[in-house]
Ligand binder design. Structure first.
Ligand code: ZN
Length: 291
């Protein structure tokens, strides 16, 4: 599932591709829960608009249009946002991929999972939004209009402070990991980075949130931002279907210290990494390092 770093990496790569370009034509798949704005309306109302910027809020992207409207995009579980000239074997089915010679495993033509296609009047590369499982979202917002999904978000994880987390955590009896992943507290934190941050801050994921000290909250937010920034720097995680907008794979999964390492020795103390379940999410920690 794309988390904040993957969405931010996508934003940084896609923004230069969009800014200053006028949308000429919109292609979509049929109406479905993917489209919060009916696809026919997108096809009718987007052409002519010039993209002024691409913003990120938590795991949401917002394309700013020149007339004040905004196009809200969410990658869901398997969303991929990339330029027409992207090339990656990940974009093909396993069978088609296997049938290709390496030099042929390039280029991408829109398929039935490509739910949104933006073409521009300069004739340059189109933008594709592909999503196999279709948990992604697209919505066109009128000037000044918001979306309840955005209104619910807390402070973005990259600009949060330890005090933000401490203030939210002190009132809660749930495990600290649950608060860390609450999008209404810190927007953008998902399972991988929550586990990694708790490990770096030496805090057990099941500790009751209300028992986290202000110092620990500060250490935890600092650790969280460290892993998020490092992941952005290395291009995000490529677990599952995530693919960089240019088609290459992210590299962060090679730096995981606890996530998906259950049973393996801790890189710091050698204790076996434990896997438990918190709020139905798999959770990984080191019983030796984390208190
Ligand atoms: Zn350890």
């Amino acid at each position: 599932m794309p988390e904040l770093p993957e969405v931010e990496v996508t934003r940084r790569r896609i923004e230069p591709l969009l800014v200053g370009r006028r949308i000429a034509k919109v292609g979509t798949t049929r109406p479905s829960y993917f489209f919060l704005t009916p696809p026919a309306r997108l096809a009718r109302e987007l052409p002519g608009a010039v993209v002024r910027g691409l913003e990120r809020r938590g795991k949401y992207l917002l394309a700013q249009l020149d007339d004040g409207r905004r196009l809200l995009l969410h990658l869901g579980m398997t969303g991929q946002l990339f330029a027409e000239n992207a090339s990656s074997p990940r974009l093909l089915s396993a069978r088609r991929r296997a049938a290709l010679r390496p030099e042929e495993q390039r280029g991408f033509a829109p398929d039935r999972h490509t739910h949104l296609r933006l073409e521009f009047d300069d004739g340059g590369p189109a933008l594709f939004f592909r999503d196999v499982r279709k948990f992604g979202k697209v919505r066109l917002l009128r000037p000044g209009e918001s979306d309840p999904r955005l209104d619910k978000l807390g402070v973005d994880a990259l600009s949060a402070t330890g005090d933000d987390l401490f203030a939210a955590a002190r009132k809660r009896k749930v495990p600290i990991k649950t608060v860390l992943m609450d999008q209404g507290v810190l927007a953008g934190v998902g399972n991988i980075y929550a586990d990694e941050a708790l490990f770096l801050a030496k805090i057990r994921p099941r500790r009751p949130a209300a028992r986290i000290s202000r110092q620990e909250a500060k250490a935890l937010v600092a650790a969280l931002q460290k892993v998020l920034l490092r992941s952005i720097e290395t291009g995000g995680s490529s677990i599952s279907d995530y693919v960089l907008p240019d088609g290459s794979d992210g590299a962060y999964q090679d730096e995981r210290r606890v996530y998906a390492r259950a049973g393996e020795p801790c890189l710091v103390c050698g204790t076996r990494i434990k896997r438990i379940s918190i709020g139905a999410r798999s959770t990984h920690f080191c019983p030796g390092c984390q208190r």
